[in-house]
Design a protein around this ligand. Structure first.
Ligand SMILES: [Zn+2]
Length: 319
């Protein structure tokens, strides 16, 4: 069965095999960095365990799979820290429920996220369940910090280590799923360090930046546009901070800084082209000019005039 998950093929195969051969452990510990895919795989495992149509994997379409996807399967529960910690009453509640047979599925599945954030009382309480996990149940503990867990907890779970995806593999996935350009996919994959969840978050953030087009003042060399641009800026002077972020990106690129320092990674290709139009000094003085104008605007100056002067200076820079 086709797995919908990016990467972690071996782990998924191992888990599918455990289900098919009826050797699902009572407790697992998924260890690996933040956003690497532990929770996604845990939920996939929960679906696979209870899937109504497939014996190896999750179909994703049966009632059981859909209920798990929608977070309303009565036998699948995700327990997250409440505030800073997962507390003893959350574990006691789990213990109260876990002894009953599954209502709809084959097994009850409890997923504890950020297991390192169980306080000592809660962890000691959970030990009792880990010592003798009820039949027809499976506990999946997730952690980004294996060493922070009690050794007694670690030793009672089957530990599965999650590694970040190789950058080229993650990039290939991003290209395929989101139709990204190769260079863009590679920058996102690199920035995320191979963590799929992180990559998706970055992609969303970058999309927001993408909707913010590169300011016209940077892309145009037309001094006739100056007054129109100044007029626009005067309606929304807060945009000046935003404008600085673009010049800062150009300056960083000019200095050969790593791309993870950029604010507008999504526009990396255009920025690379644009940065060659400026000298380092021009970029520095552009940023300085914007800061000086910001200062002027806090005093009682003619805002439109100050902005016109600024725009003209910035365009003069642009040769
Ligand atoms: Zn299914």
């Amino acid at each position: 069965m086709q797995s919908p998950i990016v990467g972690h093929h071996q782990i998924i195969e191992q888990l599918h095999h455990a289900i098919a051969s009826n050797r699902v452990a009572g407790a697992y510990l998924f260890a690996g960095g933040a956003n690497v895919g532990k929770e996604t795989v845990a939920l996939h495992f929960a679906k696979s365990v209870n899937c109504l149509t497939s014996n190896e994997g999750a179909c994703g379409t049966c009632l059981s799979c859909r209920k798990t996807d929608n977070g309303n399967h009565p036998d699948v529960q995700v327990i997250r820290p409440s505030g800073a910690w997962t507390r003893i009453n959350q574990i006691r509640e789990l213990q109260r429920r876990i002894v009953y047979r599954p209502l709809e599925g084959v097994r009850k599945v409890y997923i504890l996220t950020e297991a390192e954030r169980m306080n000592l009382e809660a962890a000691n309480c959970l030990l009792k369940t880990l010592e003798e996990p009820p039949a027809e149940s499976v506990l999946i503990l997730l952690t980004a910090n294996l060493d922070a867990l009690l050794p007694t907890i670690r030793s009672r779970c089957q530990i599965i280590n999650f590694q970040p995806l190789p950058v080229p593999e993650l990039a290939a996935h991003l290209i395929q799923q989101f139709e990204l350009e190769e260079s863009h996919a590679l920058s996102i994959a690199t920035l995320s360090g191979g963590a799929v969840g992180k990559a998706l978050t970055l992609l969303q953030e970058n999309k927001a930046h993408f909707e913010n087009e590169i300011p016209e003042i940077i892309t145009t060399g037309d001094r006739l546009a100056a007054f129109r641009i100044a007029e626009k800026l005067s309606q929304n002077p807060e945009v000046l901070d935003h404008l600085v972020s673009w010049y800062r990106d150009l300056l960083l690129l000019h200095q050969g800084a790593p791309i993870d320092l950029l604010t507008h990674v999504y526009h990396i290709e255009s920025l690379r082209r644009l940065t060659s139009r400026y000298s380092r000094l021009q970029l520095q003085s552009a940023i300085q000019t914007i800061f000086e104008t910001k200062k002027l605007l806090t005093r009682n100056v003619n805002a439109t005039l100050a902005l016109e002067v600024m725009v003209l200076k910035l365009l003069v820079n642009d040769t």
